[in-house]
Design a protein around this ligand. Structure first.
Ligand code: ADP
Length: 802
């Protein structure tokens, strides 16, 4: 590169290159060459080529060189300046010198205090050493002057000179360390040869290139070579500029960030927020242990960078912080190994559950299929049945059987879609959906997840929660489950989902379609007794720290609890009562250090209070117009009283007791049927015109619906119209048609067990329901008499003897 910047003389090595200052361009000295002697002193320059016309200030310190200069200065002030072939040679011999150089005139010598000479000289003409005539004490040589050839007024030459000027100016412009005045100086040089020499002398290139320039005789060729060297320089300067600009921009950016961070820090200090450095450090450390994918890493990084810039006391800070905490807490690809040991599974199921043989078999079949298939893409198990029947505990045993963590999510009363899909982070109090929350707790990506009460998931203005649930359970979609709060996809496909429901009817149809329904009906007295003996009592004993204390709860006490203190299909109430007994024993043991060895009925009453239920419901049936039906509810079976009465009116029918449409229709059907068949049942037809009939089903707070009360309503009305009491201890269930046919209904086991609990002795059912009765273990229905009928006539005959 052209070098104009260093204008200070510097003392250096021996003869050092110093900035070449063109003090003048007046090279024409007509008599100069004529006055030259035959022999001149030779000055060797280490890394500089002097060109004619150019003024060069240099310092010299080598003895040989000092002598050359001193002798020359003392005589004609003329010296032959040549370059050394190698700049590293300290004591050059004749072979180390270039033979072509420039004859110079010494303009001034300045002696420095340390013996070094500063010499200012001006190149005059090119020359060639012909013979070295002396080597010591300094080189002397005979020479010939080299004349420039070629024309300096051709168009090509002029164009060349213009280009040289332009290129040199451009180099000056883009080189930050060349003063801009240099281009002004260039502009003012009129002598083209001087221009060439001046630029050549200032070239930043190779010594050899400069030497070649000097050696070319043809002025046009010299200009041409110079131009190509300049172009090379220009490209290099441009490149250098680009690189330095780029690094400068990068540096600027870094500096800016540093500066902003410092500012932010001081703003944070001013605002008094606590430093979050420690939290962030801990989060980063935790993140290093995670095996998550690139995408999650990126989201985490983004979040943490944001956190670093935030003030800890702003509300946004906790939003970002909580989000990152969730990402860190969630298990990502952390699986427990799949273990489908069917033997172990059978053992776990048997260990915790009495009976339920068919159900256990179905669960094992299901697990066997999962084992063979190796994925979770099979229908989802759904345990349907009343509360306290062991649905949850079956789910737990499945998890234990296959060695996975168990999590339960209660979905009862869930309507808001966001409870499943999560709330958007921007909402106040936003949270992830329940699935993600559960996974966060479980710390494992493939737990057994029990979704409790899927039948109670609904739809409202906040969206369709059951649709969201469907997405969770659908193996085609759940690998990319997106939670709005998490803002990332999560793979749910490895989770073993199990669902539970009380009522099959209220499960959303599309959801039901995905489920493999396993029906669990209520337990009979005998089963409950066994469950209490084998499972509930030992479990509660342990839970209350009473394993080492000797006492007994005899079977009669257990049966009394079941019959007189509970009225349920499952065993939850029973379990609670047993727990109450255990608490009482624990208190006695701790306070009095004594316990009853046997919890007899007297002690039981002291602990649980007066009996709550009676099995004898018959005493209530003392008037005509009252019949007992059997009903199925999501909480198990129950008996249903249907009351009716007559009063003066115009023969219309009124229904009360929170009845649904189907039940109302059953009542109209029964009424019409009796109107049509009054003769047969010895009914006074006036009743249909002159009397008002009111049917009421008590416990009006509970909604009731369904066709199964049909035969009960008809029997109830017949009893009312015929003024005849119904046979004692009789209950019934079945649908009626206008023509007096009896149709089958569902929930038979639950209904029969409920009838037995209430002390019913005879039951009327449709003939088609006989098979359902046969499915029930005979010991559970011992003492019950069944009438299987097809027509209403039979029902009325059994119930009223008509
Ligand atoms: P659900 O989920 O159906 O409402 P749970 O599974 O919570 O009922 O059962 C309530 C209690 O009854 C649990 O302690 C459970 O262990 C017990 N239980 C229910 N059925 C059985 C059974 N067949 N054998 C042993 N214990 C049972």
């Amino acid at each position: 590169m052209l070098n104009f910047d260093n204008m200070n003389f510097k003392q250096d090595d021996e003869i050092d290159f110093l900035p070449i200052m063109p003090l003048t361009e007046n090279m024409e000295d007509d008599h100069f060459e004529e006055n030259l002697k035959d022999e001149i002193g030779i000055l060797a320059l280490k890394n500089t080529v002097l060109f004619p016309g150019v003024i060069l200030p240099i310092t010299i310190s080598r003895d040989k060189s000092i002598k050359t200069i001193q002798d020359a200065y003392a005589s004609d002030k003329i010296v032959g300046v040549v370059a050394q072939k190698e700049s590293s040679i300290e004591e050059p011999t004749t072979q180390d010198l270039m033979l072509k150089g420039t004859i110079a005139k010494i303009l001034k010598i300045i002696k420095m205090p340390d013996g070094v000479l500063t010499v200012i000289m001006q190149g005059k003409c090119r020359f060639e050493i012909t013979t070295i005539s002396q080597e010591t004490p300094y080189f002397k040589a005979q020479f010939k002057v080299l004349k420039d050839t070629g024309k300096n007024n051709t168009a090509t030459f002029k164009a060349l000179i213009d280009s040289i000027k332009d290129t040199a100016t451009k180099i000056i412009q883009i080189s930050p360390n060349i003063p801009v005045q240099a281009s002004l100086f260039l502009k003012n040089i009129d002598n083209p040869t001087f221009l060439i020499h001046f630029i050549a002398g200032n070239l930043n290139g190779d010594m050899n290139e400069k030497q070649s320039l000097l050696e070319i005789d043809d002025i046009e060729q010299r200009a041409s070579l110079l131009l190509s060297l300049l172009n090379k320089e220009f490209q290099f300067a441009e490149l250098k500029n680009k690189v330095s600009n780029k690094t400068k921009i990068e540096l600027d950016k870094q500096q800016k960030e540093y500066y902003l961070n410092q500012q932010l820090k001081s703003i944070k200090d001013e605002l008094g927020g606590e430093s979050n450095d420690k939290e962030i450090k801990e989060m980063r450390k935790k993140a290093e242990t995670k095996k998550w994918g690139k995408h999650i890493q990126e989201t985490f990084e983004k979040g943490i960078e944001k956190l670093e810039r935030m003030n800890t006391s702003t509300p946004d800070y906790s939003t970002v912080y909580n989000h990152l905490e969730l990402i860190l807490d969630l298990p990502w690809d952390e699986y427990s190994t799949n273990e489908y040991d069917i033997k172990k599974a059978r053992h776990a199921l048997d260990n915790y559950h009495f009976g339920l043989e068919k159900i256990k078999d179905r669960i094992l079949e299901y697990l066997a299929v999962l084992k063979l298939k190796g994925d979770m893409k099979s229908p989802i198990l759904c345990f349907v049945g009343p509360p306290g029947i062991g649905k949850t505990s079956l789910g737990k045993s499945i998890a234990e059987a296959i060695d996975r963590k168990f999590i339960k999510i209660s979905l009862g009363g869930l309507h808001d879609e966001a409870e499943i899909r999560g709330h958007r982070k921007t909402y106040i109090g936003a949270m992830p959906g329940r699935i993600i929350q559960a996974l966060r707790k479980s710390k494992i990506s493939n737990p057994v997840m029990l979704l409790d009460e899927v039948d109670k998931v609904g739809t409202d203005y906040k969206g369709d929660a059951s649709n969201a649930l469907l997405e969770v359970l659908d193996p085609e979609q759940n690998a990319n489950f997106y939670d709005n709060y998490l803002e990332l996809e999560y793979d749910l496909s490895k989770i073993l989902f199990i669902t539970t429901a009380n009522n099959l009817q209220t499960i959303q149809p599309a959801l039901k379609d995905r489920l493999e329904i396993i029906d669990l009906s209520g337990y009979a007295l005998e089963e409950k007794t066994e469950i209490a003996k084998k499972h509930l009592i030992p479990k509660q004993k342990e839970a209350h720290g009473l394993t080492k204390i000797n006492f007994q709860i005899p079977e009669t006490t257990i049966k009394t609890i079941i019959e007189k203190y509970t009225r349920e299909s499952g065993v939850r109430e029973l379990d609670r009562h047993i727990s109450a007994i255990m608490r009482n024993i624990a208190l006695n043991y701790v306070s009095k250090n004594e316990v009853a060895k046997k919890i007899d009925l007297e002690i039981l009453q002291k602990i649980l209070g007066k009996e709550r239920y009676t099995t004898d419901v018959y005493q209530k049936i003392i008037v005509p117009g009252l019949a007992i039906g059997l009903a199925w509810t999501p909480f198990g079976g129950d008996i249903l009283f249907i009351e009716s009465t007559l009063c003066e009116g115009k023969g219309d029918l009124k229904l009360t007791g929170n009845l649904g449409n189907v039940m109302k229709e059953s009542a109209s059907t029964a009424y019409t049927f009796l109107k049509a068949n009054y003769k047969k049942y010895k009914i006074d037809p006036k009743v249909f015109n002159e009397q008002h009939v009111h049917i009421h089903v008590p416990e009006g707070a509970t909604p009731k619906d369904g066709p199964s009360a049909g035969i009960t309503i008809l029997t109830c009305l017949t009893s009312l119209f015929a003024n005849k009491k119904i046979k004692p201890y009789l209950a019934m269930t079945g649908e009626i048609t206008l023509r007096g046919q009896v149709l089958p209904v569902g929930g038979i086991k639950e209904k029969i067990l409920a009838a037995k609990r209430s002390g019913i002795k005879e039951i009327i059912l449709c003939k088609d329901n006989e098979k359902d009765v046969l499915d029930i273990e005979t010991s559970f229905i011992k003492g019950l008499k069944f009438h299987f009928v097809e027509k209403m006539d039979e029902v009325i005959h059994i119930a009223l003897g008509l």
